[in-house]
Design a protein around this ligand. Structure first.
Ligand code: HEC
Ligand code: HEC
Ligand code: HEC
Length: 200
């Protein structure tokens, strides 16, 4: 169908043409410091837009004036155990003693993790999910999950994978700050079912 311009449309067009440069003037983004040269020779983000990660372990803001003085991720992460996705397996790094972070900010206190596994059985043919409180409470406090994400009662949350992929439940952290779910299904689905999909 042909889009015949109405008088209202024409007026809107005129207004936007007239005021666009003005709006541009008002809505100019805050000035950002000159992009620091990239130590690995990748082009810096010229347009000043949101930074797009180029490399595997690249989560630095190249426009930060201290970019070049920071230790590069590849140096810092060398030798740490990796998962199926080629990312650092932080849970194993901690278990194996490859890292030993302070338990509290000032390092003057100890924090006992909660050793309680929750087995989640609503997994169709996939192996059941073991949710280990121990691994999580080595990094997090109870209030990171309770009560906003999960009730303190096993079997309350009705979780589908698509919710996780969309960033709900486990996906609040996994695929974001904690390990990536694709190709790592069996890190969560770790309890075999007699007639289900076998763990490779
Ligand atoms: C971060 C942990 C985690 C990872 C990784 C993960 N899952 Fe899940 N999955 C869950 C949880 C939790 C449930 C819900 C279990 C329950 O409520 O009893 C679930 C449920 C499921 C279900 C049944 C519900 C539904 O949505 O159909 C299937 C099928 C499934 N997962 C497949 C997969 C596959 C395939 C992968 C890898 C691509 C995967 N999962 C990776 C945690 C995970
Ligand atoms: C990373 C998220 C996370 C953290 C952190 C966490 N929990 Fe949980 N907790 C869960 C999940 C998931 C369940 C199961 C909820 C469900 O099945 O609906 C659960 C269930 C529970 C339950 C119920 C157990 C049962 O058998 O019914 C208790 C009690 C509990 N948590 C206590 C704690 C305490 C105490 C802490 C801190 C030391 C803590 N949790 C930290 C995620 C977490
Ligand atoms: C509040 C954040 C958060 C939530 C919510 C969360 N996790 Fe995690 N999870 C972590 C962190 C942090 C780690 C440790 C770092 C890593 O392995 O990436 C971790 C590690 C794990 C591990 C590795 C255990 C090991 O010892 O190797 C499993 C399995 C896991 N999570 C399953 C789940 C499942 C299943 C859910 C949902 C029921 C869930 N997580 C919800 C943050 C979270």
């Amino acid at each position: 169908m042909l889009n015949i311009p109405t008088r209202a449309n024409a007026l809107l067009l005129l207004i936007s043409i007239t005021f666009a440069p003005l709006a541009h003037g008002f809505l100019r983004p805050a000035p950002v410091p000159e992009a620091a040269p990239d130590a690995r020779g990748l082009p810096a983000d010229e347009k000043g837009g949101p930074h797009i990660a180029h490399g595997e372990n690249d989560s630095y803001d190249r426009r930060n004036p201290d970019f070049t003085t920071l230790q590069q991720a590849d140096d810092a992460l060398t030798g740490l155990p990796l998962d199926q996705n080629g990312k650092v397996d932080w849970a194993r790094a901690l278990r194996d003693g490859a890292i030993s972070p302070r338990e509290t900010l000032r390092g003057d206190d100890t924090y006992l993790p909660l050793d309680l596994d929750i087995i989640m059985r609503n997994t169709k043919a996939m192996p059941f999910v073991r949710f280990p409180h121990k691994t999580h409470t080595e990094w997090l406090s109870c209030s990171n999950c309770h009560p906003a994400i999960f009730a303190q009662k096993a079997g309350t949350a009705k979780i589908r994978m698509e919710d996780i992929f969309r960033g709900e439940f486990c996906g609040r952290c996994h695929d974001r700050v904690a390990f990536i779910t694709h190709r790592a299904c069996f890190r969560c689905h770790s309890v075999p079912q007699p007639n289900g999909i076998q763990i490779p």
